[in-house]
Ligand binder design. Structure first.
Ligand code: NDP
Ligand code: 8X3
Length: 253
């Protein structure tokens, strides 16, 4: 049966790959992000390539009112959301804690924690009422191990780890599955954002080893979303083979 999947942060990277993965397999997708042009391009591409049904919603996940009114504006025929992929997120800056930029901290906390909460709060009540649904949170290996200079980004992903557990224990009685995917290095726009547009520095993050692709994570999300009813993946840590921990890489340069 076709499902409806709402994916936050679908304009790039892991979210975009999830949009392709689910749309290619006959599911209806609701794609969200701030960059409207990209949402429109991806919608057209999915419609042409897979004859997919695609609905797009532009909002800044940090703005509670924008999130609420965007979700409330979803037409009735799209309102039965089977799967929510809480993917939108970012790292900004790499500084020691005593040199950290408060604005960077606020962006990460507001996006990765508060944004994820706003979307979940807006969408989960209908799942609870229907007694079915699946929430897939994109955490990170950074939510399992803290690394030097990762401080606030790691803290936000530890929060996602904790919220994933909280959602699971609170929503199980309503028939809602909760899965966290915790990837290591995935080559997306993540490092371009972290290094604030210094693309050479961003590229160097992935030198000397094979990072994960966004499609690797979309495959995992698709796998978790298509298990028998009695099976749930609670938590999946997915690493490039060459990355043994947050800071141990086998690089051949
Ligand atoms: P990208 O930068 O490629 O994609 C991030 C997505 O998040 C974009 O679609 C962006 O859309 C969206 N987003 C960011 N801020 C906002 C906002 N304020 N409002 C709405 N949407 C927003 O990075 P990734 O695909 O790598 O990141 C996706 C998730 O994966 C993040 O949660 C990240 O922490 C996590 N992750 C990434 C890893 C990696 O190595 N790449 C490893 C582990 C986890 P737009 O700019 O259009 O709003
Ligand atoms: C992204 C992976 O190791 O750069 O969550 O924090 S890492």
């Amino acid at each position: 049966m076709n499902k409806t999947i709402l994916i936050t942060g679908a304009t790039s990277g892991i979210g975009k790959a999830c949009a392709y993965q689910f749309a290619a397999n006959d599911h209806r997708v609701i794609l969200t992000g701030r960059r409207m042009e990209r949402l429109q391009e991806i919608k057209s591409a999915l419609e042409i390539q897979f004859q997919a049904q695609v609905y797009i919603l532009q909002f800044d996940i940090r703005n509670q009112q924008e999130v609420e009114s965007a979700i409330a504006s979803i037409p009735y025929e799209w309102s039965h959301i089977d799967i929510l992929i809480n993917n939108a997120g970012l790292a900004v800056g790499l500084n020691k804690i005593h040199e950290g930029l408060i604005d960077d901290w606020n962006r990460m906390i507001d996006t990765n924690i508060k944004g994820l909460l706003y979307v979940t709060r807006a969408i989960s009540p209908a799942m609870v009422a229907r007694k079915s649904g699946h929430i897939i949170n994109i955490g990170s290996i950074a939510g399992k191990e803290t690394y030097p200079l990762g401080n606030v980004y790691c803290a936000t992903k530890y929060a996602v780890d904790s919220l994933s557990k909280a959602m699971r224990v609170e929503l199980v009685e309503f028939g809602i599955k909760v899965t966290q995917l915790a990837p290591g290095a995935v080559e997306t726009e993540f490092s371009n954002v972290r290094f604030k547009g210094d693309d050479a520095k961003a590229e160097s993050v992935y030198n000397g080893y094979q990072p994960l692709t966004p499609e690797d994570i979309a495959d995992a999300a698709y796998y978790c979303a298509n298990l028998p009813e009695h099976v749930n993946i609670n938590d999946m840590v997915i690493m490039p083979f060459a990355q043994a921990s947050t800071s141990v890489f086998h690089k051949v340069l």
